[in-house]
Ligand binder design. Sequence first.
Ligand SMILES: [Zn+2]
Ligand SMILES: [Zn+2]
Length: 91
Amino acid sequence: MAEVKIACPKCNWEPTPSDQWSCTCGHSWHTFDTAGRCPACGKQWEETQCFEPAVGGCGRMSPHLDWYRNLDGWLLEEIKRIRIRVLEKAD
Ligand SMILES: [Zn+2]
Ligand SMILES: [Zn+2]
């Protein structure tokens, strides 16, 4: 089975598990844990921003799913399930 890698589709910057994204509600979390949904307010981020050039990224927005490499059909289903689970938890 191909290993799934997460990297910026524009510059190939790879986030580490300790990297955090900020939501407009002020919450910070690792966006790939929740497939782009803020666990605090439930906002679904269809696009994910790369980190700033100062830390090796390009700072540009890309569709969240484009960040996953070698994405098989089963994993796409898995991500959709994660989104539903997070949504249920937010309610
Ligand atoms: Zn939020
Ligand atoms: Zn980038």
